[in-house]
Design a protein around this ligand. Structure first.
Ligand code: SAH
Length: 439
């Protein structure tokens, strides 16, 4: 028998540099979950492939050494933020010192081969974007559901792995939505999708298209939606018919009791296993009591996430042709609530200090007290000729805009019969784009 014939298959991997660069028989991949937190990973290349690969490595907590003469702007942003180390040059053998994994993300096959051969010499696994047959590791298509990660290897065909991954993702989302219909063992294995939770979602200022992509996705996944008065009706029109819709504005009792009642509904429904979306006008944390709801859920042990929204304080002026800042005009904007009169002992707003600011002042919930607010600002020195605008029901088909001055705006609003919800804007930015810009 020849020497070759007597060698055990397990010797294959122990052969030293002579097997460098050799095409290994493909076999079945052996799946592993690499725990990369705090471990060095080398990424060679600074182009589109590296840009796609780096975020998942950072997400896994890996320490990333990026070796490339040039970077895409997205990679440069990671470097600038100190999230990874960048060696601005071509690959050198010593780049492999101490690394656990290599990602080769360069097109040049000769250079890529040099990196993977060096990695093979050191027995470091190497993913190659340019040539999966030459790679010693493959990256799977991935979907994550809370603590569960599903990784799919498609036997060499990335389209196949992505298609299977998408099918599994769809299936797991269904399990999350209908926990009672699915196999209890499966539901048990996916605690984060099965058990109830709450999302505080900003619905935007009025135009139903101004919700965020994430907010919209969660809304389509909700079992229960608890909506505010200011939430665009069209968003609610599109909910599935089996979704329970709670209109928070119709809850009786005074505001304090009503808030307690909303908190109770959020916690109860989530504890019963539902995914509850608390949909709030604008951004949940801008005069929206979102913080109280988050604390109530947290105190009850209910997982809660926040999805910020487009706030009316910026978006409503914008759509009415008023930028809240403008170069050379305003370097600041201040958003205040006018729901309490300036002389109300419960007011937390320092109107005298606001009167001294030169920048833009945006007042929400300010119509009722507008006369007192403008008088106070004038009394503390803000010029009566300061441009002012009031936008009612901004970003909707019913939007009304009134332009005036600090001295006259309160009377003008009364004469025009403007009603809440309205945003009041004070400052030079009101006239900076001119009336023609408004559509
Ligand atoms: N969280 C909301 C604000 C809630 S306070 C946000 O981020 O937008 C409610 C106040 O917001 C209203 O009284 C009004 O001042 C303002 N507002 C909300 N939507 C508005 C709209 N479409 N047009 C004008 N003002 C609006």
């Amino acid at each position: 028998m020849s020497d070759e014939g007597r060698r055990l298959p397990s010797d294959e991997g122990r052969r030293l540099p002579s097997d460098e660069g050799r095409r290994l028989p493909s076999g079945n991949p052996y799946p592993l979950g690499l725990r990369l937190a705090g471990r060095w990973v080398l990424v060679v290349g600074g182009g589109a492939v590296a840009t796609r690969r780096v975020p998942a490595l950072l997400d896994a907590g890996a320490r990333v050494l990026l070796v490339a003469p040039e970077l895409t702007p997205a990679l440069r942003a990671h470097v600038d933020a100190g999230r990874l180390d960048w060696a601005q040059r071509r690959f050198e053998d010593t780049d492999l010192d101490g690394v656990w994994l290599v990602q080769v993300a360069i097109d040049d096959p000769v250079a890529a081969e040099a990196v993977s051969a060096a990695a093979a010499r050191r027995r470091v696994f190497c993913v190659r974007a340019d040539d999966r047959d030459a790679a010693t590791a493959w990256t799977p298509a991935v979907t994550r559901h809370g603590p569960v990660t599903v990784a799919v290897l498609g036997g060499g065909d990335p389209r196949r792995s992505m298609a299977v991954r998408d099918a599994i993702r769809g299936f797991l989302e269904e399990v999350g939505k209908a926990p009672l219909l699915s196999d209890p063992a499966l539901a048990e294995a996916l605690p984060s999708t099965r058990s109830g939770r709450v999302a505080l979602v900003g619905a935007g200022p009025g135009d139903p298209e101004l919700i965020t992509v994430k907010g919209w996705r969660l809304l389509t996944e909700a079992d229960v939606v608890v909506a505010d008065r200011l939430v665009p009706g069209l968003l609610l029109d599109e909910l599935r018919s089996d979704v329970e819709l709670v209109d928070a504005s119709k809850i009786p009792y005074g505001p304090a009791r009503a808030q307690e009642e909303i908190n109770r509904i959020l916690v109860d429904r989530a504890r019963a296993g539902s995914f509850v979306v608390r949909l709030k006008g604008g951004d949940p944390y801008v005069f929206g009591r979102g913080g109280e709801e988050l604390l109530a859920c947290a105190a009850a042990g209910v997982p809660v996430t926040v999805v910020p929204g487009v706030t009316s304080s910026i978006a409503v002026p914008a759509v009415a042709g008023i930028p809240v800042t403008h170069r050379g005009v305003a370097h600041e904007f201040t958003v205040v609530s006018g729901h309490l009169a300036p002389d109300d002992p419960a007011s937390l707003v320092d109107w005298a200090a606001l009167a001294r600011l030169r920048g833009t002042l945006v007042v929400l919930m300010g119509l009722k007290n507008l006369a007192a607010i403008t008088a106070t600002l004038r009394a503390h020195g803000r010029a009566p000729g300061t441009p002012a605008a009031v936008v009612q029901e901004g970003t909707t088909g019913a939007q009304r805009l009134l332009r005036s001055t600090l001295g006259e705006v309160a009377d003008a609003v009364r004469d025009a019969g403007l009603r809440p919800p309205a945003v009041v804007v004070l400052g030079e930015v009101v006239t900076v784009l001119g009336a023609d810009s408004i559509t």
